[in-house]
Write a protein of this length. Structure first.
Length: 486
């Protein structure tokens, strides 16, 4: 019998449904996270630009993005709350033993959620009701509070990867908790900044992609130009930084979690001059099939020298390392993330070089096709990053301190599968409602723009539509124009 089959035979029946439910809810929630973390900053940048330049189009975009931000936050609170309950429901062994050590991160996130809800409400309500400068200043804390929420979650996750800040009593329970060390673990800095810049990159490309599609459909007005340029510029600036941060965190994993690194890079035996496999599948006997083999590259990437020794999976017992299947999943996810990041870097360089050289947007439709796809691709890269992080750590839920099988609930597996099915139904409804609201908002805004388009010559009939100012001249401060909405 294969080693993988032997290991699975020792895993409780609850493990598969519990992990499946957690993976589904986390993968669903993380789709919303980039907008939650980065959209406040993108909106405030557009808002500040509009105030400084007296540009009503920029202010209109900021006002509409703030409405999207509020809807996204409401949905994110629902999905994030589900995840919080799942930690206690599905993994009571971890929360019961280790909650006092790393629970501070969840507390910080809860306060961030509360503050963000208040600030979004004030910011959204303030359009047309507060003086322009006051309204903008009240919105400035929003990006910082969004980063505070990310701080809480990444503190908890980095602790699970490199647990610190406690000692164990004779019974194996943590005592003498040192909060500062438990929060600022060796992996916290690399994880946090890699995550934050990933959110900026992803949100920028997602927002810009909407206007890139409009550009491809012939909408070349100031509204679409600004809507594309501001978020895409932010994403393009952050992309090379994110690439460097990604390389840095991989090197940290090499030093701090060598067995996890071995799983991600499907390295079977400890040796120097290790080859790099682009994709490829690891088998239980240590052989690799498929993929592209590049001699010595893994050692060079890990230590900048071909004679760098890379720890292999067989350096620890089979029970303490990812299975061949888990290593292959993490490896595929990692390579996909790096591949997408490389393509996004080329797109950012295309944009940056042309902007610095000629001070204009690219005119090639292929650039805008790439920009339209960049948002979806960057979301996929974020998903792959979390798969790499979580699957690569297996079989540990708390690295080298507690296995997943030790933390899982004792609830019957049948009940967990039923709960999982119900969660899927609820999430389909929630995300369907989210999409329906966004489409409804888009339709309403397009109708408002159509009613407020440029005035025809005097006396020209407009099929009963009211004659109002075009959206580019409708300011969000002061009296509303006739027929204008959001």
């Amino acid at each position: 019998m294969h080693t993988t089959a032997l290991l699975l035979a020792d895993v409780p029946a609850q493990t598969l449904p519990a992990r499946s439910m957690m993976a589904f809810t986390l993968a669903s929630h993380i789709v919303l996270v980039p907008l939650g973390v980065a959209l406040p900053l993108i909106t405030l940048v557009m808002h500040g630009y509009g105030l400084r330049r007296g540009d009503a189009t920029a202010l209109l975009l900021a006002r509409r993005w703030s409405a999207v931000m509020a809807v996204q936050f409401a949905i994110g609170v629902v999905t994030g709350t589900v995840l919080s309950f799942e930690f206690g429901l599905l993994w009571p062994g971890m929360m019961g033993r280790w909650g006092d050590v790393f629970g501070i991160g969840f507390g910080v996130e809860a306060w961030a959620f509360f503050l963000e809800a208040v600030l979004i409400a004030v910011y959204l309500y303030g359009w047309r009701r507060l003086p322009a400068r006051t309204h903008f200043l009240l919105g400035l804390p929003l990006p910082l509070v969004a980063l505070l929420g990310a701080f809480g979650i990444l503190a908890a996750n980095s602790w699970m990867n490199t647990p610190r800040g406690f000692t164990l009593d004779p019974a194996g329970n943590p005592v003498d908790v040192q909060v500062w060390k438990a929060v600022f673990t060796p992996m916290f800095g690399p994880e946090y900044w890699h995550f934050v810049f990933a959110m900026f990159v992803t949100a920028g490309y997602v927002v810009a992609g909407v206007y890139a599609v409009g550009w491809l459909r012939g909408r070349r007005d100031l509204y679409h130009r600004l809507g594309f340029t501001v978020p895409f510029t932010l994403a393009a600036v952050c992309t090379p930084v994110q690439f460097v941060l990604g390389d840095s965190i991989a090197r940290q994993v090499f030093h701090k979690q060598p067995v996890k690194f071995a799983g991600i890079e499907i390295v079977w035996r400890t040796a120097t001059h290790q080859p790099e496999y682009l994709f490829g599948r690891l088998h239980p006997d240590g052989t690799v099939s498929g993929g592209i083999r590049i001699p010595q590259l893994d050692s060079v990437l890990a230590g900048f020298r071909p004679d760098t020794q890379v720890t292999g999976l067989t350096s620890v017992p089979a029970a303490d390392r990812p299975t061949a299947t888990q290593a292959t999943i993490a490896h595929f996810a990692f390579d996909t993330m790096v591949g997408i990041g490389s393509l996004l870097l080329l797109l950012a360089l295309w944009y940056g070089v042309l902007w610095l050289w000629r001070r204009r947007l690219p005119v090639s439709p292929w650039f805008f096709r790439g920009a339209a796809c960049a948002g979806v691709a960057s979301v996929a890269a974020v998903e792959c990053g979390w798969i790499t992080t979580e699957v690569g750590r297996q079989p540990w839920i708390v690295y080298q301190n507690m296995r997943v099988a030790e933390a899982v609930t004792a609830t019957r597996s049948t009940s967990l599968w039923i709960m999982f099915a119900l969660v899927i139904v609820v999430y389909v409804f929630v995300f369907g409602s989210f999409l329906a609201v966004l489409l409804k908002m888009r339709t309403r805004w397009r109708l408002a723009d159509a009613r407020g388009g440029p005035r025809p010559p005097e006396g020209t009939p407009r099929a009963g539509l009211p004659e109002t100012e075009p959206p580019e001249t409708d300011t969000p401060y002061g009296p509303r124009s006739a027929g204008s909405r959001l």
